[in-house]
Design a binder for this molecule. Structure first.
Ligand code: ADP
Ligand code: MG
Length: 717
């Protein structure tokens, strides 16, 4: 009988009523032995069916020669068997109506093209019956929320993963095992942990989408090595947007950030390293918090799951010593965390306790009359009660009674109902304090570094949550026809103007003889530029003359220009000149659009003008971006320091620049893969209120199917 079954979902696989362990054994030294033992130890309420070719009973359970022999339906099967048997077993499972197969066995796409082909066949066989595959090359599922584990990880034997509200999805089984164990030592629990391995069928994004919907999961943690291709990129962005809309933080440790790391990661491709900047931009905009360190990820996840949807900006820094305050303040300042001064009433109370002028950071050891200990609880409570303070960061250094200090600090934190992170810097002397914090469920770590990463991540997520996804401005219509091929300044500016980006007035002139007449319609001072498809950087070869006050100056500039170019770029074919009005501005920006092979349309902004390359001050984002987000991008440039006006220079029109950035991002989004690249360099930004104008631009579009050089259709006012 061939029944067409609907495709199984991750949610379905996470609630199996019955499971089969193919290759079950009693030997915990074997994969199949560990899986069964662990499952029994977790107390799975459903039916357990060991599958063994050799035995009719395993660990007191009735065993079957194959999945096909099991007399009841099996929802989920796990197999840790030799590679040559996998295809046969997958086929049996699929036919038997199993909904999901977890393949622990490795050496498929992780071992080259032949393995990859085998892997594709497995998925095709499974999917034809509605069955899904997790792996291959994975360690399966551990689900404290649903009370089961199908996982061969040795960290589980005799030890339970704690139940909590963190959903973990990992590309690497070893990292998943490590995180489960590390979390347990820190008193941190999970809703579900899923290892996706080679992601032949179910991938990280699908699991994240499950977590977004899952009630037991409040925070999503992930370990990722890479994304392959635009389809994966698109799914990734969609999952991220869903998580963001649901207000569920998504934290990630991404390996393969460097070329060395990418080479070590199993899924490496040469393009991934190149896409790293795009990856980081895509994550940042959608509130995915990138952490280099798994421990910092667990610490932050624990904090966010205990304080769901809590945003963090202002931090109070406390320590029993001046040294702890100084060290902590340096690190917070490095990452731009404000230490707000407490309000007048809080400050008033603190002044009765401390002789110091500085109340944040606060050196509790410097309390009046050496009353540090008795003030510890009260000081934490007071500072955390302050409106400007979202989180307390307590740097615990050596002190007469560290354990007591930690307990009293914890008490103050508990009373406040706000989050705190404590860094326990001493070694053995702090063991009692560590236990005390663990018992009370207070977030703690042993290094400043981990704490700082977690605080930074919390703030980044909070900042990203302020931005809504970009909505198309009503006056900006979608274009259906774009020109094609390489576009010069004039044509590119037409395209920009169609997207509402201001461009300066310019006229094409075929030869010097036409300059006088062309100048008639323009206001001096003039700018004269050479027009040649062979010249990319015009000013490098003397092809730009600015500040020309009269027609006479124009004509002589044209002569000199042609002479210089004849010498500097002898082979260049000259089409003519571009005669322009000279625009004025306070600042030159570079605005670019390009198409990333994983994330699609992206925009780039930077310090512009002829020094753009050497300044290398750029910020990248996936397109489209709202004006608010464009402002955020602008503020991250190093030259942002000049926006408010400095040393007698006026403030610049940031609003106009942000509008141009957002509009260009819509052009990039609409252009999709056919807009290969576009550069505006520079966008001259005027003083506040004066607007901005693109004075130079060029673009490269894919040759279009409707004929090269098709006219720009004016669909946009
Ligand atoms: P290229 O980048 O090919 O060298 P541009 O057209 O960008 O040539 O011109 C070089 C520089 O001249 C610009 O960075 C800008 O400072 C200035 N410039 C060019 N066109 C104008 C204009 N219309 N108004 C004011 N300044 C301009
Ligand atoms: Mg230029």
């Amino acid at each position: 009988m061939n029944v067409r079954r609907p495709m199984a979902t991750v949610a379905e696989l996470m609630r199996p009523r019955s499971v089969a362990i193919v290759g079950a054994s009693e030997d915990p030294g074997k994969f199949g032995g560990r899986i069964l033992r662990t499952l029994l130890e977790q107390g799975f309420p459903g039916d357990i069916h060991p599958i063994s070719s050799a035995r009719r009973e395993v660990l007191g359970r009735r065993a079957w020669p194959s999945v096909a022999d099991v007399p009841a339906p099996v929802d989920l099967a796990i197999m840790a068997i030799p590679r040559e048997h996998v295809a046969g077993v997958v086929g049996q499972c699929a036919e038997a109506g199993v909904r999901g197969a977890i393949i622990v066995t490795s050496r498929f796409s992780d071992a080259g093209d032949e393995g990859a082909a085998l892997e594709r066949e497995l998925v095709a066989t499974a999917n034809a019956h509605g069955m899904r595959i997790l792996g291959p090359n994975c360690i399966g599922i551990v689900s404290p929320a649903n009370g089961f584990a199908l996982c061969p990880s040795p960290v589980l034997l005799g030890r339970r993963v704690l139940e909590g509200h963190i959903g973990l999805v990992s590309q690497s089984g070893a990292i998943m095992g490590t995180l489960m164990d590390r979390a347990r030592s820190g008193g941190i629990g999970f809703s579900h942990c899923v290892s996706v391995g080679n992601q032949a069928d179910i991938d990280v994004c699908e699991v994240v989408e499950f977590f977004v919907e899952d009630e037991a999961t409040r925070v999503i943690c992930s370990y990722l090595e890479g994304l392959r291709g635009l389809r994966a990129g698109t799914a990734f962005l969609a999952a991220a947007e869903r998580a963001q809309r649901a207000g569920k933080p998504w934290l990630m440790v991404k390996a393969g950030r460097t070329e060395a790391g990418a080479a070590a990661a199993f899924s490496h491709t040469a393009s991934l390293a190149g896409s790293q900047a795009a990856f980081e931009a895509a994550c940042r905009e959608r509130g995915i918090v990138l952490l280099d360190d798994p421990e910092a990820m667990m610490l932050l996840a624990a904090g966010m799951s205990r304080f769901p949807a809590r945003k963090v900006d202002g931090v109070a820094l406390l320590s029993p010593s001046g040294g702890g305050c100084a060290l902590g303040a340096d690190r917070l300042s490095d990452i731009g965390v404000p230490l707000p001064a407490p309000s007048a009433s809080t400050a008033g109370t603190l002044r009765t306790m401390y002789p110091t002028a500085l109340l944040n950071p606060i050196d509790i050891g410097a309390a009046n009359d050496g009353a540090a200990m008795s003030y510890t609880t009260r000081t934490h409570e007071l500072l955390l009660a302050d409106e400007a303070i979202d989180l307390a960061f307590t740097v615990i250094t050596a002190a007469p009674d560290i354990t007591r200090f930690a307990k009293m600090a914890a008490e103050g934190v508990e009373k406040s109902g706000k989050p705190a992170i404590m860094a326990l810097l001493p070694g053995e002397a702090a063991e009692g304090a560590r236990q005390a914090l663990l018992q009370r469920g207070i977030l703690h770590t042993q290094t400043l570094d981990t704490a700082i990463r977690a605080i930074r991540g919390w703030r980044e997520w909070s900042a990203a949550m302020r931005f809504a996804p970009a909505a198309r401005p009503p006056q900006l219509m979608r274009r259906t026809a774009l020109p094609s091929g390489a576009l010069g300044e004039q044509e590119t500016k037409q395209l920009l103007a169609a997207y509402g980006i201001p461009v300066n007035r310019s006229v094409f002139v075929a030869g010097a003889a036409g300059l006088r007449q062309a100048a008639d319609g323009l206001a001096p001072p003039y700018v004269l530029k050479i027009v040649s498809a062979d010249i990319v950087h015009k000013s490098d070869v003397g092809g730009v003359a600015v500040g020309l006050g009269s027609v006479g100056e124009l004509e002589s500039a044209a002569r000199t220009m042609l002479e210089r170019i004849a010498a500097g770029a002898p082979g260049a074919r000259i089409q003519g000149f571009s005669l322009q009005e000279q625009a004025s501005g306070e600042l030159e920006l570079l605005l670019g659009a390009k198409h990333d092979e994983v994330f699609g349309p992206m925009i780039l902004i930077g310090a512009g003008g002829i020094y753009a390359e050497s300044l290398a001050d750029t910020v990248l984002a996936t397109a489209p971006v709202s004006e608010a987000r464009a402002r955020g991008m602008l503020s991250r440039l190093r030259i942002a320091g000049r926006f408010p006006g400095t040393r007698g220079r006026p403030a610049v029109d940031v609003a106009a620049a942000a509008q141009a950035v957002s509009r260009l991002s819509w052009l990039a989004a609409d252009g999709g893969a056919s807009l290969r690249e576009l550069d505006i360099n520079p966008l001259l930004v005027g003083r506040a209120g004066a607007g901005c104008v693109a004075v130079d631009a060029r673009a490269l579009l894919a040759a279009s199917s409707n004929g090269a050089g098709s006219a720009i259709r004016e669909e946009v006012q």
